[in-house]
Design a protein around this ligand. Structure first.
Ligand SMILES: [Zn+2]
Length: 234
């Protein structure tokens, strides 16, 4: 039963595999781009944490805290606690990569404070997305076992919620990066030649979200193809 889904049939080779390769490439690309520009110290010598604090304060977000978090590329903004968490290589680093990532995470805090529509929408569908990622595959498998296209269809619809979530993530991420670059330029925290490197780092990070959407879309399309032509016994 499992082999039918996870085996190397043509739809896997044509749809899912290229998307997975794109995702692997995007992961490697963001790592190498980040490694490269984390060696370039910013002229003003401000750290990621300092850049984040400055931008937060300038946006009236003095109550949003900044914390240090372990790991690499683990940086994020937590909307529940309103905390920007910056990783080892961002918090105390004054590289143009660190400043860019810090400004990007602050971008999410500003989106949250200003009720940016796509972020609001994304947060609203998180419970549905969790339900979708937990139940979709079991329902599809049950649909196969009992030869029920209703169960399989329910599973596919739930899976599409995960794809929808990843689609809505794209404007949220691109907007946070655009905000970051505009702010760093506007506040003269980075010089124009430094911004080119920062833009590459944030662009590479954005590609990983595009790739994740591609993987999800490929899997969704494959499910539709696998079940679309089946006759049911319901
Ligand atoms: Zn982000």
């Amino acid at each position: 039963m499992f082999g039918y889904y996870y085996g190397f049939d043509w739809s896997y080779l044509v749809l899912v595999l290229p998307a997975l390769l794109l995702a692997l490439w995007a992961q490697a690309k963001v790592k190498s781009t980040y490694a490269r520009y984390s060696q370039v110290r910013s002229y003003r010598n401000i750290t990621g944490a300092q850049a984040a604090r400055t931008i937060l304060d300038a946006n009236g977000l003095r109550d949003v805290r900044i914390e240090h978090i372990a790991g690499n590329l683990t940086d994020h903004y937590d909307p529940r606690t309103r905390v920007v968490r910056l990783s080892d290589s961002v918090y105390n680093s004054s590289s143009i990569a660190a400043v860019g990532v810090a400004a990007h995470e602050v971008g999410h805090a500003v989106q949250h404070a200003t009720h940016y529509s796509f972020l609001t929408l994304r947060n609203a569908i998180i419970p549905l997305t969790n339900l979708g990622s937990t139940l979709s595959m079991p329902l599809i498998l049950l649909g196969l076992i009992f030869n029920s296209s209703s169960l399989a269809l329910a599973g596919i619809v739930l899976f599409s919620l995960v794809t929808l979530f990843q689609l809505i993530t794209l404007p949220v991420e691109f907007n946070a990066s655009n905000r970051a670059l505009r702010t760093l330029e506007g506040y003269h925290m980075l010089e124009p030649d430094e911004l080119k490197g920062t833009r590459k780092v944030l662009g590479a990070a954005a590609m990983t979200y595009v790739a994740a959407l591609a993987v999800s879309l490929a899997q969704l399309l494959r499910l539709v193809l696998l079940f679309g032509g089946r006759r049911n016994n319901d």
